[in-house]
Design a binder for this molecule. Structure first.
Ligand code: NAD
Ligand code: MG
Length: 297
């Protein structure tokens, strides 16, 4: 029996805090995280759930998006990945992992704060993949601020653009290409339901993502397309030590969860697979919490 199938205690299955302080400049690189995150590189095993599907995943160079992209390729999908140009090193690893499955990988570096790029990235994904069946809008900006006054207009604007405007622009560009059976998946957060004081702007966008996706689902189901939201709790990704949390909180990241540790990106990938697959056929407008036991209300 492989380790993956062995009965394991989920509290000790993956690294627990304390972790080292490890500040990075945003957006951060997964390759610099200590401990190394598990995005499924060796642990995710596919079973043909998405054979022949064409997927676009934003923010797929690292973290949750990377885990979704790896899982999609292992399930048989071709995958286009969007990321910031400064993340090329992480992204090229994902491209190689997708290709190693014999699937097509399309790399789309660019800044989703720009409307023109959002529209262009969808076009390039559709042209490169020959269509679009799965759209995962997952790129996100999280920068903590201790005081209200520290959240500048520039900050507020960039968080709104990355987390909300880009969502709208990408959905608008993609919608004409989505055929019955296609699926849209967005990434919200427990922050939509239990906002932290230090994440004023970020938490607002995450609540917005949930509301937007529920409204979107009502449009899309009229053409047989589903849209759902995943709301993660604490996951071990570059988002946190690159300004998402104060350094001293990074050392204890995930300690508050029922598991006493953060989730690893691979532990949320199965939900991105389910919502994209035919097995998720009766799910739309739902928010699925993978919060480490906190729940969403
Ligand atoms: P991550 O840093 O690994 O991924 C976020 C990605 O967003 C980056 O890799 C980057 O490619 C992309 N991105 C950011 N700004 C961009 C821009 N302007 N243009 C293009 N791409 C841009 O971190 P992650 O934790 O995997 O984040 C993925 C999603 O999960 C985010 O929406 C985040 O808000 C959400 N989330 C994360 C956690 C967590 O604890 N890690 C918890 C709840 C929600
Ligand atoms: Mg990244």
């Amino acid at each position: 029996m492989t380790d993956r199938l062995k009965l394991q205690d989920p509290r000790t299955q993956y690294p627990q805090p304390p972790f080292a302080e490890q500040p990075q400049q945003p957006p951060g690189l997964a390759s610099k995280l200590d401990p190394t995150p598990d995005h499924g590189e060796t642990s995710y095993q596919g079973s043909g759930k998405l054979v022949g599907r064409k997927a676009l995943v934003t923010g797929a160079d690292s973290g949750i998006g990377r885990a979704a992209a790896i899982a999609y390729a292992r399930e048989g999908a071709d995958v286009a990945i969007s990321y910031l140009p400064s993340e090329e090193a992480d992204a090229s690893e994902v491209v190689e992992l997708i290709k190693a499955e014999g699937r097509k990988a399309i790399a789309l570096p660019g800044d989703v704060c720009e409307e023109a790029w959002c529209r262009d990235l969808v076009k390039q994904a559709v042209d490169g993949l020959g269509g679009l069946d799965i759209l995962v809008i997952n790129a996100g900006r999280q920068q903590f601020h201790n005081e209200i006054a520290e959240v500048t207009t520039e900050d507020f604007d960039r968080t709104m653009k990355t987390n909300l405007y880009a969502l709208h622009w990408i959905v608008q560009a993609a919608e004409p290409h989505l055929e019955p059976g296609a699926a849209v998946i967005t990434t919200s957060s427990i922050q939509a339901y239990e906002p932290s004081a230090i994440l004023l702007d970020y938490a607002t966008t995450k609540a917005g993502i949930a509301a937007y996706t529920k409204a979107l689902s009502k449009h899309l189901i009229k053409k047989g397309v589903r849209a759902n939201v995943i709301a993660p709790g604490p996951f071990w990704t570059a988002l946190q030590p690159s300004g998402g949390q104060p350094d001293e909180k990074v050392t204890k990241f995930g300690q508050q969860s029922a598991f006493g540790r953060p989730g690893q990106p691979v532990e949320i990938a199965p939900f991105y697979v389910l919502l994209a697959s035919q097995e998720g056929s009766y799910m739309t407008g739902e928010v699925i919490g993978v919060t480490g036991g906190a729940g969403i209300a």
